[in-house]
Design a binder for this molecule. Structure first.
Ligand SMILES: NC(=O)c1ccc[n+]([C@@H]2O[C@H](COP(=O)([O-])OP(=O)(O)OC[C@H]3O[C@@H](n4cnc5c(N)ncnc54)[C@H](O)[C@@H]3O)[C@@H](O)[C@H]2O)c1
Length: 307
């Protein structure tokens, strides 16, 4: 089937805006939904200016509205589900809100996809593995949800797969590692940069934690491969950069680059954080011909990207 019109949930913050910009540039039509849980209309205007916005319809609403979701999905060729309370720390400090946003409405989307025979592309996370038992982690590694954020990702994955086993539902699940680039806030890289620039104290939780920062353009390419390639049907893929950096190295480099006078306070590790991740992407490469292109982490460019 030739895909022309895409339904994107949770489009109005980090990954969603980059994806929409790319889709509109590629002449797709986009219908989108966001409940403005994270909202910044100025960034929205910056994102879509110079693009053909007649191809873009955005609705400020919640995915709790079953019939609206169904009606919109009916008019589109494929669904990309990004909407989420995506900060682990927000999730675990507010489990009932997380349950309401991340879990309660899952059947609205999945049922609408089944009813209207539309494929769903779901943004999952490397966190479903928590601290893995072996490396590199392949997609058959056991899933170990240890808190409401991970639990809700695993639940979505299971719902999608079991529904698909008993219906015509087509899907692709992308387990993303830490995505970085401009347009994000309140995650490790933007927090470190902002604090360094303002010479504010930086608290780090176990500085030998190993991060895997995957560039947004690689992530967008992965979504595009799942939209455009039939081979992505009913598959789960790991998406990561292939390059490790310790938190200690990251902080040191950022401080040097911005000539910061910030004090670094070392604290103990936080139970809900993944300490180390190294993914096997052999299948991602073999099946959809995706591999990260931004292999070399150029920290200077990362820092500049946030200005
Ligand atoms: N950014 C990362 O590093 C990363 C890593 C792994 C997985 N992911 C996943 O990718 C997806 C997108 O991530 P992101 O970084 O763009 O997140 P984000 O927080 O920047 O954007 C999520 C958007 O969803 C919206 N939203 C939340 N609940 C909603 C609801 N019930 N109805 C409608 N809109 C709702 C929010 O307003 C927000 O605009 C999420 O599912 C996230 O868990 C992201």
């Amino acid at each position: 089937m030739h895909i022309k019109k895409i339904f994107v949930t949770g489009w109005n913050w980090f990954i969603g805006r980059h994806l929409i910009k790319h889709l509109l540039k590629k002449k797709y039509s986009v219908v989108s939904f966001d409940n403005s849980y994270r909202w910044d209309s100025k960034i929205l205007l910056d994102t879509i200016k110079n693009l053909n916005i007649s191809n873009f319809k955005s609705i400020e609403w919640d995915i709790s509205d079953k019939w609206l979701v169904d009606g919109l999905i009916k008019t589109c060729d494929i669904v990309v589900h990004l909407a989420w309370i995506s900060q682990v720390i927000t999730s675990i400090s507010n489990p009932s809100l997380t349950f309401e946003y991340n879990v309660n409405w899952l059947s609205n989307i999945i049922d609408a996809c089944v009813r209207n025979n539309k494929k769903i592309i779901f943004a999952s996370s490397r966190e479903v593995y928590w601290n893995a038992e072996y490396f590199p982690v392949d997609i058959n590694h056991r899933l170990k949800p240890e808190n409401i954020y991970w639990e809700s990702k695993v639940l979505w994955e299971k719902m999608i797969k079991s529904t698909s086993d008993n219906s015509n539902l087509d899907y692709t699940i992308l387990r993303l590692s830490n995505v970085y680039w401009q347009g994000d806030k309140w995650r490790v890289v933007p927090i470190l940069i902002e604090k360094s620039i303002n010479n504010e104290p930086i608290t780090i939780y176990w500085d030998y934690k190993i991060l895997d920062l995957v560039h947004i353009s690689d992530v967008i390419n992965a979504f595009m491969a799942c939209i455009e390639k039939q081979e992505s049907s009913k598959q789960v893929f790991n998406i990561w950069s292939g390059k490790k950096i310790t938190l200690h190295e990251l902080v040191k480099l950022i401080l040097e680059i911005v000539w910061s006078k910030s004090n670094v306070i070392n604290s103990s590790w936080r139970l809900w954080e993944v300490d180390y991740f190294l993914a096997d992407i052999t299948e991602t490469e073999r099946i959809i011909n995706w591999k990260p292109k931004k292999q070399i982490l150029k920290l200077k460019n990362i820092v500049k990207s946030y200005f």
